[in-house]
Design a protein around this ligand. Structure first.
Ligand code: TYD
Length: 218
């Protein structure tokens, strides 16, 4: 019978049409830009379109991420240790969560990723290009990087800092450098800069418009 000789396309490659490919979106920016809120909203938006969403963040709640958070309270790690802990944390995150979710066709949305290591550990003296190279040896490059951009003064006010002590001044200097490093990524084909000065809903609208264009199959 000819029908039994005609290959059923679904038996050749069930995964190629049975589900949409995974989609990997990362939100980055200095503290106060509203990344976490926008990441949640973007996750809800994809879920409302019937996509399976994995929303995650770095540092994670895994052992290395916990050590990093503890160190913020108990005294800072050396810059070398700190960088190593972020890399260890990310390696586990990629292996245990990010790669499996993408392989299963899910939408993975991250609040911070290796661009934060470039920016923050870059501001502590490491070479951002070298940090990028080390990360991209094991961490997948996202389909879309949303850089939420805001000037440091406004970001600082939003998170409740007055910025009038020496310590605050140093922090600001370092955040200026982080912002510069984030913005240095703006010409990457997968990156988009989002002006985050406006109200949350405006930022959400900008992000949705970009995602509709950059990820048309979403
Ligand atoms: P985050 O969890 O976003 O801040 P919060 O605790 O306010 O929710 O991130 C914690 C800090 O870690 C933040 O200041 C940025 C920093 N960080 C790095 O220095 N390097 C990295 O690679 C990452 C992912 C975060």
């Amino acid at each position: 019978m000819s029908s039994s000789l005609t290959p059923d396309p679904s038996s050749i490659s069930p995964s190629s049409h049975a589900r949409k490919p995974g989609l990997f979106i990362v939100l980055e920016g200095i503290d106060g830009t509203g990344k976490s809120t926008q990441a949640r909203r973007l996750g809800d938006w994809f879920a409302s379109r019937g996509r399976d969403v994995v929303l995650s963040y770095e540092p994670t709640d895994g052992p290395w991420g916990r050590k990093l958070r503890e160190s913020a309270a108990t005294g800072r790690l050396s810059p070398e240790e700190e960088l190593q802990y972020f890399l260890n944390d990310r390696r586990q995150h990629v292996e245990q969560k990010i790669a499996p979710a993408l392989a299963a066709g899910k939408v993975v949305i991250l609040d911070r990723y290796y661009f934060s290591t470039m920016a923050y550990q870059g501001a502590r003296g490491f070479d951002p290009a070298e940090i990028r190279r080390i990360n991209e040896a094991f961490a997948p490059v996202p389909d879309l990087l949303l850089i939420l951009d805001l000037d440091v003064n406004t970001a600082h006010q939003r998170i409740g800092h007055r910025g009038d002590s020496t310590n605050e001044f140093e922090k600001r200097e370092s955040l200026e450098r982080c912002r510069e490093i984030f913005l240095s990524l703006k010409d990457e084909p997968f990156a988009r800069v989002i002006d985050s000065n406006g109200p949350l809903d405006d930022v959400t609208a900008q992000i949705q418009a970009i995602v509709e264009i950059a990820c048309p199959a979403s």
